[in-house]
Ligand binder design. Sequence first.
Ligand SMILES: Nc1ncnc2c1ncn2[C@@H]1O[C@H](COP(=O)(O)OP(=O)(O)OP(=O)(O)O)[C@@H](O)[C@H]1O
Ligand SMILES: [Mg+2]
Length: 458
Amino acid sequence: MYSTFAAAAMLVRTILNEVQTLATQLIPQWLQVKILSIFGQFFTNPTTQMTLFIKEHANMELNELYQASEVYLSTRITSSIGQLQVSKAPREKSLSIKVNRGQQVLDTFRGMDLVWEFVTTETQQIIVNYEDMSGSNGKTEHKSVTVLNNYLPYVMETFKCMESEKRSVRLYAYGRPWGSINLDHPSTFDTLAMEPELKREIMEDLDRFVKRKDFYRRVGKAWKRGYLLYGPPGTGKSSLVAAMANYLKFDIYDLELASVQGNGGLRSLLTGTANRSIVVIEDIDCSAQLQDRGDAGYDHGSQNQVTLSGLLTFIDGLWSSCGDERIIVFTTNHKDRLDPALLRPGRMDMHIHMSYCSPNGFRILASNYLQIENHRLFDEIERLIKELEVTPAEIAEELMKGGDVDDVLEGLVGFLEKKREKQMELLDESGSGKDEGMETVETGSKGVEEKAEMEIVS
Ligand SMILES: Nc1ncnc2c1ncn2[C@@H]1O[C@H](COP(=O)(O)OP(=O)(O)OP(=O)(O)O)[C@@H](O)[C@H]1O
Ligand SMILES: [Mg+2]
């Protein structure tokens, strides 16, 4: 319950809010500050009202405090709030409830009343008002310090906890601005058909990365990590990215380089991504501009092209000065076609080779799709898999076909045998028997070690 005085103060505050909203739209910022301080003194003495403006973007970058505030306010929804935004995306499991623009949310912190308000101006912003009833006796500064040093960090902390607990990872596809959907990709490290050793190494690398904030600070390096995933189509590169995101609970930004307008566009796009995220650039070899680098310095690219040098400069430079816990992943089907500049030590921290399915990989897929750990046909299937270049995607497709387990596995054997015949025919046609494919069939295997490998570049 508010006292009469508090109710009057509330009215004044409402008037002030109107003035502020108008002021932020029409009047330069330095003048706003002056006007507000005069109004504040005039109307609210001895009560001193303080106002914080939290804009969606600050210096062209996403303002993390804005993001945090939006999430935090959804925890402060009470029956007194008249308007809420309610939505449910097809892939989301629960409703998303947000405070609507223009609505006020009341909060208290260490005996202080705070009033939050979403304001839509030219740029989205949130306003926090709080007042100090003892302003005349010099405690204003004390309360401001509390808000800045304790309350806002508490808002950030609440946001971080909620983010780490959230069950779904968001996938942002490049658009304007980044549009997001919930990533309901079931891929996890458990379901990935990869050599267990490689899987473990990647997970350990990720664990080490997220734990080493202080290390990165101490050695003066940007807290980022780059992975290059290479291998034929259907071997699980995109699935691995989803598994990494699900494992770390990082959001994914899927960047289509072809639609980015020049290095400037790239810069503003990437600075618009949040911390604790993975930026993925798929099929990097297919981006003509990136191969066509020539000797151009990084400022000389055409205005509408993203050059490799622009990209690399960004990776090297911009994330050093802003952004924490960033992961960048490039994928390619043809590592040999990449510009050597991208492969140099220090560019990508790990090169991960995703290759054809191995017997181990098959067992993981069988366990996922059929919930079986063994079967009389396993030996035969594994023998065929060792002889062939067959991708996990091809095997997964066979395992998804309906019927009972025997039917499905017999179908898979048939599929693998047909594939082997085709490969033999191709080899007969090529005649020489000296190409790599012949070697694969004759030796019976490319070697399990070769099928999934990883290099740590630095
Ligand atoms: N290693 C794997 N483990 C589990 N499933 C896999 C694996 N590789 C492929 N799959 C299955 O095949 C589908 C396609 O795989 P994915 O998109 O990850 O391949 P990719 O290597 O990214 O291919 P591309 O080079 O064409 O982008 C996945 O959705 C998944 O069902
Ligand atoms: Mg892919």
